[in-house]
Design a protein around this ligand. Sequence first.
Ligand code: UDX
Length: 447
Amino acid sequence: MQIGVIGTGHVGLVTCVSLAHLGHDVCGTDSDADKIAQLQDGMSPFFEPDLEGMLQEGLSCGRLHFVSHPAEAIREADVVFISVGTPPRASGDANLVAVEAAGRTVARHATGRCLVVEKSTVPTGTAHRLRRALRRERPDLALELEVASNPEFLSEGNAIKNALEPDRILVGAESEWAHQVMRSVYAPIIASGCEIVETDIATAELAKHASNAFLALRISFVNALARLCERTGADVLAVSDVMGKDPRIGRHFLSAGLGYGGSCFPKDLIALKRISSQLGYEFPFLAEVARVNDETIEAALEKIRDALWNMEGKRIALLGLSFKPGTDDVRFAPALSLARRLLEEGAQVVGYDPMGMANARQDVPEIETASDSYDAAEGAHCVVLCTEWDEFLNLDLEKLGRLMAHPIMIDGRNVFDSDAMRAAGFAYYAAGRPPITEEDASARSQP
Ligand code: UDX
């Protein structure tokens, strides 16, 4: 099939390369001409495992193209995916200006029957607006331009796998023709056994928002539980494990720590709350999910203050700056929220991340950057583990402690073993687990 993709951000570019990999003729376009030039040269503008290799594979077999003029991506297309950004407005509403503009562009350049597919996460009701925009732009093609919703469930760091081996394919559409077109787009994946869930458009739009909001809710639930564990002496890791053994609950997304970040959860949760209240229903507890998430940063700050007393003049090393491991993305990264708060309180902040350093420097230029974990720890009064990259799990803890002004670790992702920290002489504060204070650490190291 001939497929056009408008917007080559994380979702759009993964859509381009995976659909080309499935055998379609794909043409991606973006308003950023530099990005298009970079893509034409086979370079990905961001890190995502396997993405660049598949991009080059698509370009060299001639099934994948990038153009800066959208007309070329649209004119021959059977299907056009809209995967432009939907950033939050100050009010929390999703800003859909780019979605409308993309829809109008498709209508202007379409030459015949074409399915216009929302791939970006959009509030329920967007398809209806989009359809109107298409019709206003091209009344002559009113019956030829149909709208569908095909939300993406990809998770950064796993995006290619999520796109080629999804848990489910979700398509919201209004006609059998549209559903048939989408079955053809995903035919190889469906043939390999993946379920395609076909719904009306409003259901598909809402199901995507609901999935993200529910995952965020689980994270906030376990983070609130962590606060309670800290007050009772219980261990949140063990509580999560016990809960997770119930198949009705499961263990996923029950890891307490610094909370969620990224380009989806923070934005989608608030957008869902906004659209719900605009529709006359104050969806309870969505605002609480966001509030508890913000509280995780305050909880970490309290631990740092407890360990260091005054912040002024203290050197604090952050290990991990990206919003999660496996990506260089720092959007809404908890590590950067923490860094900003520490800097406000007069601390000196040094950070290290295997991939996210350049992006972090751009967002918070006041962070000093280090060449590795040991370099970051040198002279630090405290280390905070913010993102659970694998390389941090294998650190030589004794060496790390020796380099520091004081061996104090705040574990923002609950990845270290308390006994190992104690053996390495660390005062250790984790989220929702009993702390090892400096006194405990020195008492144990006495003969
Ligand atoms: C998410 C959804 O998982 C994906 O389905 C959707 O399409 C887009 O949003 P992503 O933002 O890439 O994907 O990251 P995800 O792996 O879901 O993690 C989000 C955040 O939650 C990260 O900051 C992560 O550290 C945090 N998290 C996750 C926790 O704090 N605790 C957990 O138990 C799980």
